[in-house]
Design a protein around this ligand. Sequence first.
Ligand code: UDP
Length: 473
Amino acid sequence: MPKNDKPHAALLASPGMGHLIPIVELGKRMAAHHDFHVTIFFVASDHGSTTLLLKSPTLENLDIVPLPLVDISGLVDPNTQLVEKLIVMMRESLPSLRSLIAAMMYRPSALIVDLFGADAFEIAEEFKMFKYVFNTANAWCLAVIFQSSRLDNKFILEHHVNGQKPLEIPGCKSLSSEDIPESLRNIDCNDQPEFHGTKMTNSHGILINTWEDLESSTIEALRDNNYLGGLVKVPIYPIGPLVRQDGNQALDKQVKQWLDKQPIESVIYVSFGSGGTLSAKQMTELAWGLEQSQQKFIWVVRPPSNNAVGTYFTIGIDDVDGTPDYLPQGFFTRTKETGLVIPMWAPQAQILSHPSVGGFLSHCGWNSTLESIMNGVPMIAWPLYAEQKMNAAMLIEDFEIAVRPKVSTTEDIVGREEIENMVRTIMADKEGQAMRDRVMELKNSAEKALCKGGSSFNSLSQIAKDCMHHLLP
Ligand code: UDP
């Protein structure tokens, strides 16, 4: 039961592990380091891993409350973009959220929502709560959202995508035409950036899962009162990097035993996030590339799909050596000594923190990127959807801690030789070692931001002060 001598914040996460995980980490940090009582509400999706997360150890002053599942089948077309489905799910969850908050004896003084939850601000206004947005992506992505909220998707498609002109983002790195996220290329999806842009500025501040030193010029631009004609104007709080740092004690026994046997920094971890999938042809090339590289690997495999966001199908097993039928015949037998294949879902944060892991082939979701940095691991950037291509560009051009395939990972097939070469570069070449050194520098700067008196710590302290103030008569 929350006590009224400390600030009480309600956090609201939209469906998907990529949203829930950083919200939970924010909640833990507020509770552990800033003396908040925290109640996390999340909109349950049917992802089994949500249950796994709920079972993880938590803190006395942190409650996690699932909101009832909502049925949106009668409200949206099945082919509607994921982003729009998320927004509708969040809207449909508002009545349950409202009832739960109304029934609380010690009402929260602040409501913090992620990018898809800004409609819940009407509840915050009703109960006179502070309103914050937590952008779980980076500051550059936020600037792109604001800039694109002023443009028409048709214009972006004609001038920047088809016309191949970079999208200029004032005060920031410009966005190359091939890295423009699909939601901005889609003329039917015109309302999304506007939705985010305008709702986010109706808040008391925007928290970002980044830190001052990582994106200093972008953050400075966002803080300028005249930025984009005075569009932003709310305080910007870089409070990250917030990632799970569970250590590897709780690793599954088989995975831990396998990793413990491998030399230090010798294993590349391969995963495409919570929902990413590859085509059958691409999976075959990846399997051969990993095998030919002769480097150790852990690969989280999912059945192939031509939709990069992926859906889960039943895994088929052939009868020769247990290789799922979408991997090359005999793959398991030939890679018995070098690789470990984990179906569907792996304890990623724990695997990345094991000393034997020295590389990460990743779809570049922002949580995965931060987890890689916080474990000092360089990357192969293999973006699939959403803002992942932008993240990949940052990792390569700004931080120089990753390599990227020459062909687009969403349009063409990355061949086995190229995969083999990239794996060797990261794991065995001098170039990979130089990247590892640079990741360590970023990790150190991130740790400085998070520790007491650091920039991210101070940002959260400021929010705690504001919320405490709100409790006074
Ligand atoms: N994750 C995991 N095991 C998996 C796949 C993903 O633990 O097999 C976690 C990963 O550690 C990260 C989150 O799920 O914290 C995925 O977030 P990210 O932003 O990287 O990508 P998204 O899934 O949102 O595309």
